[in-house]
Design a protein around this ligand. Structure first.
Ligand SMILES: Cc1cc2nc3c(=O)[nH]c(=O)nc-3n(C[C@H](O)[C@H](O)[C@H](O)COP(=O)(O)OP(=O)(O)OC[C@H]3O[C@@H](n4cnc5c(N)ncnc54)[C@H](O)[C@@H]3O)c2cc1C
Length: 525
């Protein structure tokens, strides 16, 4: 399905139109809400100030999981909910979620017992949606499965199953699914204010960030799903609002696949300072993270702190025989958790609630924040149910528990670089075949071809080089230097497709390189 941004904007041009729901924010939470609301037949509009998943939703650890750590904290309700959603996501988007084996290395007999019992409970909680049984494995099998694991004092391992996914691809897939379900979905559209009648919210003031044109849009309900930005929208509603969110930064480093040297993922349940660290095979690379650093402020493009980079390198060096160094880092990226802020006390962030918070302001503004990618669908269902109540909309049953997402196919071939497109992979190949230059690989270090750039513009609302290199393909996250080298070719293909001139190309390049340098550990910042 081709998607024209102009056609989406056209839907906003009738000033008398009243939407059932306007959703602010195009990350996991907002996009999930748009799919839910549109699939129930509500007139739905989603506005994202930048690109879909530009915020936290492209910067996760890429796990669709119940959360082994939450189990250790005794947060059973959260684990059960997440395991249920993990199963649903695998069923509804099997081209984007896969069943992955994780290995916990045990360096004491006590941890062998503790983690094998704990993971058995994890399996039990998953019930019929289990991804496979966990088991205690010998030292020999642990080494066989993770050849680069530190062997000194190694006693055994625990093998368990969880889900792994591509976060930004899932976000784009949700945007396309929402449009297919009848929603109007726009990126580069910022909400700048809320409109009221008396004390009740009646709509939003929004600006098209491409043209500068402003719109006053009416709606029966308005949903604030802006992640770490929720407080800014709450202030638009009530200037005296206190903070609802406390950002906590998490970073990841990306290395060549050979650093893990395994098809399985490694899980370190307790680092020196009590955190969890993962090393995960992802798109032919090894992804290692994360950290948990409380911050007092947030920004659109968060930057990894030097101590966070060092912490990951130091911890990886303890558990891997092939010690990664700074010069091995292909990319570094930082994301901000929109953790629900504790009221009053000064807690450490890993103890602050990871579960979501849904509140309705006296004006009727609905705000949803916190939670996890894994539970986006459940969060969306609860939010739409609440919006129906608040706005007095007709009750309509949720459909997303079994709704297949765009491109869904059971026969995704994981060895095909185009597997993330699911059933679209075939059409994309036809596109590449029809135009041989588009079949060319853009850079030898990554598998991406020219046709994917064209596809992103025509079918996935990519507007900038960064949209293509960071979130339609994952080049920037997999190899920042390669992404920078690919940028001129991407600019040329996009300019042709979007009918832009050389000035646009140049501006795009400057703007992309400005962002991309933060993905290099030793870049010229
Ligand atoms: C380091 C890290 C690792 C994680 N790992 C995992 C994991 O492995 N598995 C998992 O399940 N979860 C994980 N999470 C959690 C998960 O990523 C988040 O819960 C989820 O992405 C939050 O999505 P969101 O839509 O609420 O926020 P965001 O993705 O930040 O989206 C909010 C959007 O609102 C937009 N916006 C803000 N203001 C406006 C405005 N005025 N007008 C229009 N748009 C606006 C922003 O541009 C942004 O795109 C992780 C989080 C972090 C930080």
């Amino acid at each position: 399905m081709q998607i024209s941004r102009e056609e989406q904007v056209e839907q906003l041009k009738n000033p008398a139109k009243i939407w059932d729901m306007i959703v602010i924010g195009g990350g996991a939470t907002g996009l999930g809400i748009a799919v839910d609301a549109a699939s129930r037949g509500f007139k739905t509009l989603l506005l994202e100030q930048s690109d879909f998943a530009k915020g936290t939703s492209s910067r996760s650890t890429k796990l669709v999981h119940g959360g082994v750590r939450y189990l250790a904290q005794g947060n059973i309700g959260l684990v059960v909910e997440a395991l249920r959603e993990r199963g649903r996501l695998l069923q509804n988007a099997p081209h984007l979620v896969r069943n992955e084996i994780f290995i916990i290395p045990n360096y004491s007999w006590w941890s062998s017992i503790f983690y094998s019992v704990g993971l058995s409970v994890y399996d039990l909680l998953a019930g019929k949606r289990s991804f496979g049984r966990s088991r205690l494995i010998s030292k020999k099998e642990t080494i066989y499965r993770i050849p680069n694991i530190q062997q000194k004092n190694l006693k055994s391992g625990v093998l368990y199953h969880d889900g792994q996914f591509d976060d930004a691809r899932l976000a784009v897939t949700l945007a396309v699914t929402a449009i297919e379900q009848g929603a109007t979905v726009l990126n580069y559209f910022k909400v700048k204010g809320l409109t009221k009648e008396g004390n009740n919210i009646k709509g939003v003031l929004a600006q098209d960030m491409e043209t500068g044109v402003s719109y006053s849009l009416k709606s029966k309900s308005v949903i604030n799903a802006t992640g770490v930005f929720v407080d800014e929208v709450l202030v638009m509603d009530a200037p005296e609002s206190g903070p609802m969110v406390r950002p906590s930064q998490g970073i990841h480093l990306v290395f060549r696949k050979s650093f893990l040297g395994s098809r399985d993922a490694l899980m370190i349940p307790q680092t020196k300072d009590g955190r969890v660290l993962f090393a995960i095979p992802w798109h032919n690379r090894t992804l290692v993270g994360t950290t948990d650093t409380p911050l007092d402020s947030h920004q659109m493009e968060p930057k990894a702190l030097e101590e966070e980079i060092q912490f990951i390198l130091d911890t990886a060096a303890i558990y891997l025989t092939r010690t990664p160094t700074r010069k091995d880092v292909l990319s570094v990226f930082a994301g901000l958790r929109p953790l629900a802020a504790p009221q009053g006390e000064n807690q450490k962030t890993k103890e602050i609630s990871r579960s979501h918070k849904l509140i309705v302001s006296p004006t009727g503004l609905i705000t949803i924040t916190g939670g996890k990618w894994t539970t986006y669908r459940q969060m969306a269902e609860e939010t739409v149910n609440r919006a129906i109540e608040v706005a007095g909309l007709p009750h309509r049953t949720n459909r997303t528990k079994t709704l297949s997402l765009h491109g869904s196919t059971d026969s995704a071939d994981w060895s095909d670089p185009l597997f993330v497109y699911g059933s679209d992979a075939l059409t994309l190949k036809v596109l590449a075949k029809a135009n041989p230059p588009w079949k060319q690989i853009l850079d030898q270090r990554l598998p991406y071809i020219g046709a994917e750039v064209i596809w992103a513009v025509r079918n996935e609302m990519a507007r900038t080089i960064e949209d293509v290199l960071a979130r339609r393909t994952r080049a920037l996250f997999l190899d920042a230097r390669a992404a920078m080298d690919m940028a001129p070719a991407v600019a040329r293909l996009m300019a042709e497709e979007l009918k832009k001139d050389a000035v646009w190309e140049k501006e795009q390049l400057v703007s992309f390189l400005n962002v991309a340098k933060y993905y290099l550990v030793d870049g010229d910042k």
